[in-house]
Write a protein that binds this ligand. Structure first.
Ligand code: HDD
Length: 717
């Protein structure tokens, strides 16, 4: 390992700044690696140059295959802490004692895009947690959406081939808005519930720190007596679940493709540690068949009204990785990394995952010894009779690599009852290649999702379907999808159809057309009996019910130029920072600003390097000269237009209000009173009132976005 120490041994000396000196991988001190060895200064390079060959060979082999899905990701270290003992349900050691902490590494990801794709694509987010427990590694490999596109893992290559860039031209990158995806899902009715989630704001999060996490599949807890309970796992973000708007997500993709990665990194560097509550839902085995959904069907949630959520732990991310490749890229999650006290269910999606992840690590990381990489290494003892293979690090010292043995004193011994022993589920069945009829309700929960959305959320879902299907070139695919939406809710189908220039008659006629299409193309699992979730309230599905009482970590821009009112700038900055927000001064240039009251302020960004899409809110303080200068900057005007069109909070004081009125957010001739009628726009003409304005501004920012804002469509942004 290239530690400072080994380097020092190899090189035997230190250079300027007490830096270790450069060596080859063999520890040989290198005199010069800026020039290759040549036959004369202008002559050919010599094969003898082992320094050149080692450097270039290593470089040539730097890349490993990216993940076949979830290639784009970012990770962080942290800990998991038990807040309520789960002893009653599981013997898993790390879940027994309140206050018990377990180290974790978490990786977030998008699914469809390549490793270098943009963070803000409309997509599911992966939420994979590696627990380094005393009884070995437990990986909880989840997503930010609680259901999945398909019910059986054998369909995974199909859904992924459909959503990935099309094979003939490798277009589009990190986007589901293309024909093959919608062709596939319009012929796969079990995807409908998941489509509702993916077309909702859940798929365009504001921050990875503001997403929920779900284990998706059903697992089992096993208690000390061997009794099993079905369990679903959840992560609930402390800051609530928040999104950006679609236009913003697209602009961010260009202006800052690393938007989420940077946001996560900076929050941890600022010690504003991302935090989630860990929650579970439990169903006793005897109640397995009591519910309108099959507990083994990963396209269904367990509504909290039927199966209450219990908050039992917390997750805190408090350390950024030291090296992206060594940690975030080489981390290998596998749902089959399981510990005593937790076990699998027969969910056919989970069962297939148990094979796929280990298998993929072999080709991605190149060796069955991937568990020896530092990020993947168990932090409990590892001892078995597996040996050798590519890149073996461990120097096994025993003479025996078989069991039973006497030469090695019988070591290592089986752990017996203390070890992982698979739950002795009784199975008496015929081998069949079919899906259970209890999985066939493809639309009931999709309708429940739609019904529980707020008005703006419904509008965003309509907009998302209209965008995605609008990008589809094949008319029949668009029609099939509208017919599917008619099975979910007619108002949804009608609104999307109108945007696509189509019409929709009624669900029964739509189903008849769908059946004909499905027959034509060999659809094997059409919808069966539908459950009506009418009586069930599921407020947890809506983001409108989320946490809205904090401005912690929200990014606020202050637009200012020379002549800004320094007191108004400082007072607002102090008030927002006291609430945990991050305030940045955005000015025409990076030169220090001189305020009207003789102070000096260092801008954080310029109107060229920053954009409203990087911020949650914007404030324009007073100062006649400052506002005069801003009015001349189209970028400053656009900043406010865009912030308004993206439903963000806006504040102005004194001439700052003149600036807001000079933008396009309201018709010309509007007044302060018109401004304040707009939800989330606050301010005052009395410069002394900054503290009161700050109070209102904080409440507005905490609300996140002002979806009820009128006049947004007419703003050129
Ligand atoms: Fe998967 C990666 C989550 C179904 C096969 N998956 C992967 C990652 C996450 C998920 C978060 C990235 C892990 C990381 O950060 O390294 N996958 C899910 C969830 C699913 C799911 C929540 C549904 C419940 N996956 C699923 C199926 C299969 C796979 C049905 C195959 C049959 N998934 C893989 C994989 C990946 C993967 C090919 C690619 C890279 C990797 O495993 O390490 O094995």
């Amino acid at each position: 390992m290239a530690t400072d120490e080994s380097n020092e041994n190899g090189a035997g000396a230190r250079g300027p700044n007490n830096c270790p000196t450069l060596t080859t991988n063999q520890g040989v001190p290198v005199g010069d690696d800026n020039n290759s060895l040549k036959a004369g200064p202008r002559g050919p390079t010599l094969l003898e140059d082992f320094i050149f060959r080692e450097k270039i060979t290593h470089f040539d082999h730097e890349r490993i295959p990216e993940r076949v899905v979830h290639a784009r990701g970012e990770g962080a270290h942290g800990y998991f802490e038990v807040t309520k003992s789960l002893k009653k349900y599981t013997r898993a050691k790390f879940l027994q004692k309140v206050g018990e902490k377990t180290k974790v590494f978490v990786r977030f990801s998008t699914v469809a895009g390549s490793r270098g794709s943009m963070d803000t694509a409309r997509d599911v987010r992966g939420f994979a947690v590696k627990f380094y427990t005393e009884e070995g590694i437990f990986d909880l490999v989840g997503n930010n959406i609680p259901v999945f596109f398909i019910q059986d893992a054998i369909k995974f290559p199909d859904v992924i081939h459909a959503v990935k860039p099309e094979p003939h031209n490798e277009i589009p990158q990190a986007a589901s808005a293309h024909d093959t995806f919608w062709d596939f899902v319009s012929l796969t009715p079990e995807s409908t519930h998941m489509l509702m989630w993916v077309m909702s704001d859940r798929a365009i999060p504001r921050s990875l720190r503001m997403i929920e996490g779900f284990g998706v599949n059903t697992y089992r807890f096993i208690d000390a007596e061997g009794k099993a309970t079905f369990v679903k796992f959840h992560w609930k973000p402390k800051l609530g679940v928040h999104s950006v708007v679609w236009d913003e997500s697209q602009k961010l993709g260009g202006k800052n493709p690393d938007y989420h990665r940077l946001d996560l990194w900076q929050a941890i560097e600022r010690k504003q540690y991302p935090e989630w509550e860990f929650a579970i839902q439990l169903i006793e085995e005897k109640d397995e068949h009591k519910f309108p959904f099959d507990v083994l069907d990963a396209t269904k949630i367990w509504p909290e009204e039927l199966v209450p959520l219990q908050r039992v732990g917390k997750l805190v991310l408090d350390r950024n990785p030291d090296n992206f490749f060594a940690e975030t890229e080489q981390v290998a999650f596998c749902p089959s990394h399981m510990v005593p006290g937790i076990d699998f269910s027969d969910d056919p999606l989970l069962q297939g995952r148990l094979f796929s992840y280990l298998d993929t690590q072999l080709s991605r990381l190149g060796s069955p010894n991937f568990h020896e990489l530092p990020i993947n290494r168990a932090q409990s003892p590892v001892d078995n009779n597996q040996r050798d293979a590519h890149m073996r690090y461990t120097i096994d010292k025993s003479r025996t690599a078989y069991s039973p043995n006497s030469l090695g004193k019988g070591c290592p011994f089986h752990a017996g009852a203390k070890g992982f022993n698979t739950y002795a589920e009784k199975i008496d069945a015929k081998k069949v290649r079919e899906r259970s009829k209890s999985f066939a309700d493809h639309f009931g929960q999709a309708e429940m999702f739609w019904r529980n959305m707020s008005g703006p959320e419904k509008q965003h879902i309509v907009d998302a379907f209209s965008f995605e299907l609008g990008m589809v070139e094949t008319e029949m695919v668009r029609k099939r999808m509208v017919d599917i939406l008619a099975q979910v809710a007619m108002p949804l189908a009608e609104r999307v159809a109108a945007n696509l220039g189509l019409t929709i008659d009624n669900p029964a006629a739509a189903m008849k057309r769908l059946k004909a299409e499905w027959d034509k193309y060999g659809v094997t699992f059409p919808p069966g009996e539908r459950h009506d979730y009418d009586g069930i309230k599921a407020p947890e599905l809506s983001m409108a019910t989320t946490v809205k009482d904090t401005i912690e970590t929200r990014m606020v821009a202050v637009l200012a130029a020379d002549g800004v009112d320094g007191a108004q700038l400082e007072a607002m900055k102090a008030a927002l920072e006291a609430g945990g927000a991050v305030v940045e001064i955005v000015a025409p240039t990076l030169a220090a600003l001189k305020s009207s009251d003789g102070k000096s302020f260092k801008p954080d960004k310029t109107l060229r390097t920053a954009a409203s899409v990087f911020y949650d809110a914007v404030y324009v303080p007073g100062g006649a000269d400052s506002v005069k200068a801003l009015k001349k900057e189209g970028r400053a005007v656009n900043f406010i237009n865009e912030a308004f069109a993206h439903y963000k909070s806006i504040a102005g004081v004194d001439q700052g209000l003149d600036f807001l009125l000079a933008t396009d957010i309201l018709p010309k001739g509007s007044t302060d009173a018109d401004l304040f009628k707009e939800s989330g726009v606050v301010g005052s003409r009395n410069g002394g009132d900054v503290k009161q304005v700050a109070q209102k501004f904080k409440a507005a920012i905490a609300a996140h976005r002002h979806w009820d804002r009128k006049n947004v469509e007419r703003v050129p942004a």
